[in-house]
Ligand binder design. Structure first.
Ligand SMILES: [Fe+2]
Length: 355
């Protein structure tokens, strides 16, 4: 059965990507727009830690002065939300383990603060993938690279830290409003990342990394008629000294794993969450089912029709788990819960998810 659908047929000329099926997969949400350390996940979806109970259990503030209470839960140990996304993904197969960082959020302070609170094993990060050139995903990169390199050095680990990104870095991106253009801050430069200690690897084609545990998508084909990019997006050309339309955000790339089915990490879905998911199915031969879709679905500013159409097509792809976060927006989360009850686990900051 071909699961990718009529718009994206898998022909005999295509060779399926050799993506390893791993034994276990863990994701730690270092940055997301939303914080919710209380809600338990829907039954039979994922195992979720990072709630107030687990933060209290892991507290290093031991007590001897309050009767039976042995630890103090400090709210200063809870992560802070920020507009952006950063997810640490670790896959294990047999005695092999690999870790990739998917984006680094909007600002260095946010990444550092949450990493200090979550205390994940950042020395084990081997590759950092930047999903696309937008500051809410790239802004934390230089300090993240420095902190990862320092953590490696503290463990006498000399291996490279690869930053895997699309080569087409715009000077500036922005949004054209009716009256004027709002520019975003520039993304970190290749040189900034290199001087922070990273090996920059520029890629626009699909490729696997880390013993084929992960598949980085390359540019995502736009096969649905309704996922048409980011409305009013523009980029600045410093040579022409002019802004040009850039709605496709063609450089966006997703991250795929295979754990009893495809796990799709899509950071902002300017390419479309359905397109990204169909692309994962397509690249792997059209027969691997979808297990989970995670990340920003960029439906917060979409109209009701677009939200309904997207959610209905996501439902057709039949993921067991759906983890909307970042730019998905509450209306789309509500629609997901309505159309796909029992499958949603909101992707909130500080969550430690075992799929
Ligand atoms: Fe974003």
């Amino acid at each position: 059965m071909n699961l990718s659908g009529p718009e994206d047929p898998f022909s005999e000329a295509d060779t399926p990507v050799d993506l390893e099926e791993v034994d276990s997969l863990e994701a730690i949400v270092i940055i997301d727009n939303e914080l919710d350390p209380l809600s338990p996940p829907a039954p039979d979806t994922v195992q979720l830690a990072g709630n107030l109970g687990t933060i209290g259990m892991g507290s290093t503030h031991n007590l001897t002065d309050r009767g039976e209470a042995c630890k103090e839960l400090r709210l200063g140990d809870v992560c802070c939300a920020a507009h952006g996304l950063s997810i640490l993904v670790t896959a294990t197969k047999g005695d092999q383990k690999h870790t990739i960082l998917f984006d680094a959020g909007p600002e260095e302070e946010a990444w550092e603060r949450n990493v200090k609170r979550l205390r994940p094993d950042i020395a084990s990060i081997e590759v950092v993938q930047l999903s696309h050139w937008h500051r809410d995903h790239s802004g934390g990169l230089p300090r993240a690279i420095r902190m990862i390199k320092d953590a490696k050095q503290a463990e006498s680990r000399s291996e490279d830290l690869v930053v895997d990104l699309h080569p087409d870095r715009p000077s500036y991106r922005g949004i054209a409003l009716p009256e004027h253009i709002i520019s975003l801050e520039a993304d970190p430069t290749f040189e900034e990342m290199e001087s922070a200690g990273a090996v920059v690897d520029k890629r626009s084609e699909p490729h696997t990394v880390l013993d084929n545990f992960f598949l980085v998508s390359g540019e995502i084909p736009r096969v649905t008629p309704y996922e048409t990019g980011l409305r009013n997006a523009v980029r600045y050309d410093p040579h022409e000294k002019e802004w040009f339309s850039d709605e496709a955000i063609q450089d966006e790339r997703a991250l795929f794993c295979n754990l009893k089915g495809l796990v799709v990490f899509t950071a902002c879905s300017h390419a479309g969450v359905v397109n990204a998911t169909k692309h994962a199915v397509h690249l792997t031969g059209g027969t691997v089912p979808v297990h989970a879709v995670v990340g920003g679905f960029h439906l917060a500013t979409s109209d009701a029709d677009q939200v309904e159409t997207t959610v209905k097509d996501l439902k057709r792809l039949d993921p067991a788990v759906i983890m909307p976060g970042h730019c998905t927006g509450w209306r789309a989360k509500f629609a997901i819960e309505k159309h796909m009850p029992g499958s949603m686990v909101p992707c909130t900051v500080g969550s430690r998810i075992t799929f």
